[in-house]
Design a protein around this ligand. Structure first.
Ligand code: AMP
Ligand code: FE
Ligand code: FE
Ligand code: ZN
Length: 274
């Protein structure tokens, strides 16, 4: 069974429209597809409509929340959410306002650092008014301040670099609670992005389980061999379901392909989504 439960459109920092995403998923033979844009559900209605009119694809409403956690930002994916739930909507509003404040500060910082990057340069890469650092990175490449997207983060925008500006986020516990109140399944996205070895992972996941975490993304772009085995072991240890997502962003991250998973992947989170 082919599934991809972590994808982005131009409503956050991907490049596909919801309709294009569904078309691409159909071409890739995907049967279960979730749209999980960063901190927004604006693309969901169009996404679900497109899935409904595409034979063979079951669509799930999702979101990827950036959540505050001691010493890191976690991404918590919510799958099968009621995307109109008032508490979720309010939380997303608050987060988006924080993003706008951060973007103003980031652009001012770049100016101060002598980089000529205007709001228009950045807007060119954003499909909507949701602007993220990936769009700023694209503008940096275009204007010659970085060789690549990853170079833009490495040189300028990752934590510890001169143009790093934080933004407000809900704590991990609240993020998980809101996803669950909205009827969704709370999944820790790309766990190795936050916790670098199995001991740290086990500790962190244990705490998140205490907050109500239900699944981890064991199948993820670039996770195979030892990493995948360790994540499956941790899912087992904590009684968590296993999710699978590519983190497809379209042309913004051209190396990531939709729905690429090992053939024998068992995606147990689907049982919670029925
Ligand atoms: P923001 O939510 O605006 O702070 O931007 C975060 C997004 O930037 C992530 O979801 C990724 O899409 C992208 N991003 C962050 N760090 C990197 C990196 N080192 N390389 C490529 N993309 C990154
Ligand atoms: Fe992203
Ligand atoms: Fe993420
Ligand atoms: Zn993502």
């Amino acid at each position: 069974m082919k599934a991809d439960l972590h994808t982005h459109t131009g409503f956050s920092d991907g490049t596909d429209t919801p309709e294009e995403l569904v078309q691409h998923a159909r071409q890739a033979g995907i049967e279960h597809l979730a749209l999980t844009d960063h901190d927004t559900v604006e693309g969901i209605e169009r996404f679900l409509t497109a899935c409904d009119s595409t034979p063979g694809i079951k669509g799930y409403a999702g979101v990827e929340l950036s959540a505050e956690y001691p010493e890191a930002t976690l991404h918590i994916v919510g799958l099968g959410i009621d995307y109109r739930h008032p508490e979720l909507t309010a939380a997303l509003e608050w987060t988006q306002e924080g993003r706008r404040i951060r973007n103003d500060e980031l652009l001012a910082r770049l100016h101060h650092l002598g980089l000529n990057i205007t709001r228009e340069d950045v807007q060119e890469f954003a499909g909507t008014d949701l602007i993220g650092r990936l769009h700023v990175a694209q503008a940096m490449v275009k204007n010659g301040y970085a060789d690549s997207i990853s170079d833009a983060f490495e040189q300028w925008m990752r934590k510890g670099r001169p143009a790093y500006v934080t933004r407000r986020r809900l704590p991990a516990r609240e993020s998980i609670e809101i996803i669950r109140k909205a009827g969704g399944v709370a999944v820790l996205a790309h766990p190795y992005q936050w916790f670098k070895d199995e001991d740290k992972l086990s500790e962190g996941i244990g705490i998140l389980v205490g907050y109500g975490l239900q699944a981890i993304e064991a199948y993820y772009t670039g996770y195979f061999g030892e990493r995948l085995v360790a994540l499956l072991r941790l899912a087992d240890k904590y009684g968590l379901a296993v999710s699978a997502g590519s983190d497809y962003h379209g042309a913004g991250k051209p190396d990531i392909r939709l729905g690429e998973l090992p053939d024998n992947a068992t995606i147990s989170v689907l049982d919670l989504l029925r």
